[in-house]
Design a protein around this ligand. Structure first.
Ligand code: GCU
Length: 669
């Protein structure tokens, strides 16, 4: 086989109590997405249960009376009064399972949910599940380049692009199946850094292949989005400016969008990285981010398009000697004054933290502060800074913490989850996006266990109330079956992995102690004397960036009581202490340990955790497919070596800076 189907690799179940339901599927509507739901149920029944399903078209209308008399089987029922927005209800009674939804997407998600229950051996008798997606938009952002490479990709090449062409192949459909099965409904296929050929994706040049891709995506309820180049009027249109206020620029975009949406009418819209890391944007012309975004919003409005405008805007040429400029502040400083100035079809996409997807960061202070602007949360499942899919790092616990963060923007419904779902401020255009971790590798994600992040992101974006444990278990049971020992070991590894990674890498929220550019492996001072605004400021007395009132004042960008919480050393959460404050090595943490001793201890512990993860994995030999076992084993062996490298470099660095001995006398170099 060329590649696996990850959690949709159905294994025949030796016994399943609810097999009989799957002999007949009754269906009311004949639209495309409902057709996909039927196809998926039949496929699941065939592959999981060895059953050939008969599909029966129900007479119209299918009212209450008929419902009473119906035969056993699964019923896919459209009901305008049923769950909306992709929501569904699955209810079993007297041998009939009804999946009810107001829209076909709901029937598709309900069908995948039903299949998951079967995969996991859950009894369907008497079941009654009502689900509504929490987030309207649940998106993957692929950073795929048209030459087939992937920016920050750790799973092979792109399966969307090769040799400057758009690829539509068998894998496109299998990707759509996997993605839709966990409730994702929007996909950006190209890198946010849009250059050269990718700039032309909005022209007719790629329309045919994009249309073929859209056809596949639509069957699975997925909308296609593209990243665009703000300087396209110059690069494609030959204009001398891309100034969003220039009439010729506005006219160019309007014309271009007419063509783009004529070619691909169901295109969802565009993701834009502007004025960031060398990308063009409105700042070049003395315009605001709102002027840039709104100009594009106007051009796509006639076609129902949206503009997802990223807030990852900062000065990437900072002088390390400059202690006033604070990269953590920049998104807040640029976007906060613009709250309420964006068009309704603009969404600001905000990275979870104020820096850049570090293993630990505070939540961006834009969440809760922005009240009158549509917003989306951006997380990264591509493990750029978290072990690049060579280390296990299950990120769902991190996302849960972020979603659960209280911003105090209101008395109730004030968490990040509340805000991006639209509950806090009644926004409709909002949701969650993840930088994707997929590629052409046979297992899609490089590390087999990294598929849990792809699965988990989708599940969590759909239902933010699921716990990281529940999601790990679901993924594990769907992928590896329900053997208790297997599920226990794999879930334990997953749940240990993010805390372990945090322990053996940079301490207490400081981040960035990794190799510049490729972002893999330790290099404590790699970014210290560089231009990216990513410093730890360690000297012989202490470490940390002073972001309190006496420093950069970043603490004050939070709403109270968070501003004071972070300001005061006594109340600042210790896992973020060095992010917010410069602290002496001799400072005593709540555990009673000094800061330096904590650094030593946590680094030894982190590696011990990896040793435990390795031995848990070793115990799975013979219990999971050999190929997967070996593939993961190799990566785990490397993770163990690499985590020891982290431990030794960090501990030695701080020992040499502070000259304070490890109380436990362990080997530090
Ligand atoms: C990080 C990453 C870049 C990426 C950027 C972004 O800085 O290293 O490769 O382009 O984020 O999110 O735009």
């Amino acid at each position: 086989m060329k590649y696996s189907m990850a959690w949709l690799s159905y294994r025949r179940l030796p016994f399943y109590e609810g097999k009989e339901y799957f002999r007949k599927i009754y269906v009311q509507e004949e639209d495309e997405i409902t057709g996909t739901a039927v196809y998926e149920l039949c496929r699941g029944a065939r592959e999981l249960l060895g059953i050939k399903t008969v599909v029966i078209k129900l007479p119209e209308p299918f009212g209450q009376d008929e419902r009473g008399k119906t035969e056993e089987g699964i019923y896919l029922l459209s009901d305008s009064k049923g769950p909306v927005g992709g929501g569904y209800r699955i209810a079993e009674e007297n041998g009939r399972i009804r999946i009810t939804a107001a829209e076909p997407e709901g029937l598709l998600y309900g069908s995948f949910d039903l299949i998951r229950l079967v995969q996991r051996g859950v009894s369907l008798r008497g079941i009654d599940r009502l689900k509504h997606p929490d987030n309207p938009l649940r998106m993957l952002n692929h950073w795929d380049n048209m030459d087939g490479s992937i920016e920050r990709g750790y799973s092979g090449n792109s399966f969307f692009f090769r040799n400057d062409r758009v690829q539509v192949e068998e894998r496109t459909e299998d990707y759509a199946r996997l993605t839709a099965s966990v409730g994702i409904n929007g996909v950006v296929i190209n890198n946010v850094n849009v250059t050269e050929k990718a700039t032309r994706l909005i022209t007719g040049e790629y329309a045919d292949s994009l249309k073929r891709m859209v056809k596949i995506f639509s069957k699975y309820g997925i909308r296609l989005y593209l990243s665009l180049n703000f300087a396209a009027p110059m690069e494609l249109g030959g204009l001398e400016t891309a100034d969003p206020e220039a009439e010729e620029v506005k006219a160019w975009w309007q014309e271009q969008m007419k063509e783009t949406f004529r070619n691909i009418p169901s295109l969802g819209g565009f993701l834009v990285k502007a004025d960031s890391e060398g990308r063009p944007g409105p700042f070049t012309y003395g315009r605001t981010q709102a002027q840039g975004a709104n100009m594009l919003a106007e051009a796509v409005r006639p076609y129902g398009g949206i503009i997802i405008w990223r807030c990852f805007v900062y000065n990437c040429t900072q002088d390390w000697r400059d202690r006033k400029t604070d990269r953590a502040r920049s998104a807040y400083d640029y976007f906060m004054p613009l709250d309420g100035k964006f068009e309704e079809n603009v969404i600001l996409q905000i990275k979870n933290g104020p820096m850049d997807f570090q293993v630990r960061e505070p939540v961006s202070s834009l969440f809760g502060s922005l009240k009158n602007t549509n917003q989306m949360l951006e997380v990264q499942i591509a493990q750029e800074y978290t072990g690049q899919q060579r280390h296990v790092c299950y990120l769902i616990p991190q996302f849960k913490e972020i979603l659960g963060f209280h911003t105090y923007c209101r008395k109730e419904e004030d968490t990040v989850a509340d805000i991006v779902s639209g509950r806090s401020f009644s926004h409709k255009n909002c949701g969650m996006a993840a930088v994707a971790n997929t590629g052409s590798d046979a297992n899609w994600t490089g590390h087999d266990l990294a598929a849990a992040n792809w699965f988990g992101f989708g599940r969590l974006a759909f239902d933010t109330s699921l716990s990281a444990e529940e999601i790990a278990r679901e993924w594990c049971e769907c992928t590896f079956g329900t053997d208790k020992a297997v599920v226990y070991a794999i879930c334990k590894i997953l749940l240990m992995s993010w805390p372990a990674y945090e322990k053996y890498t940079s301490p207490l929220g400081i981040g960035w102690m990794l190799t510049p550019n490729n972002h893999y492996g330790p290099n404590v001072d790699g970014y210290e004397y560089d231009r990216w605004g990513t410093y730890h400021r360690a000297d012989h007395l202490g470490i940390g960036v002073e972001r309190g009132k006496t420093g950069t004042g970043f603490t004050q960008t939070y709403l109270e009581p968070n501003a004071s919480l972070y300001e005061e050393i006594e109340t600042c959460p210790e896992e973020l202490l060095l992010f917010f404050h410069y602290m002496p090595y001799t400072y005593r943490l709540k555990s009673g340990k000094t800061l330096i001793q904590h650094i030593y201890d946590s680094h030894f512990e982190g590696v011990e955790d990896v040793e435990e993860m390795v031995s848990l994995w070793e115990g799975l030999k013979g219990k999971i497919p050999e190929e997967v076992f070996e593939r993961v084993m190799l990566r785990m062996d490397h993770q163990l070596d690499n985590s020891a490298e982290w431990r030794d470099q960090i501990n030695s660095y701080f020992y040499r800076k502070s000259f304070i001995m490890d109380e436990k006398g362990r080997k530090i170099y």
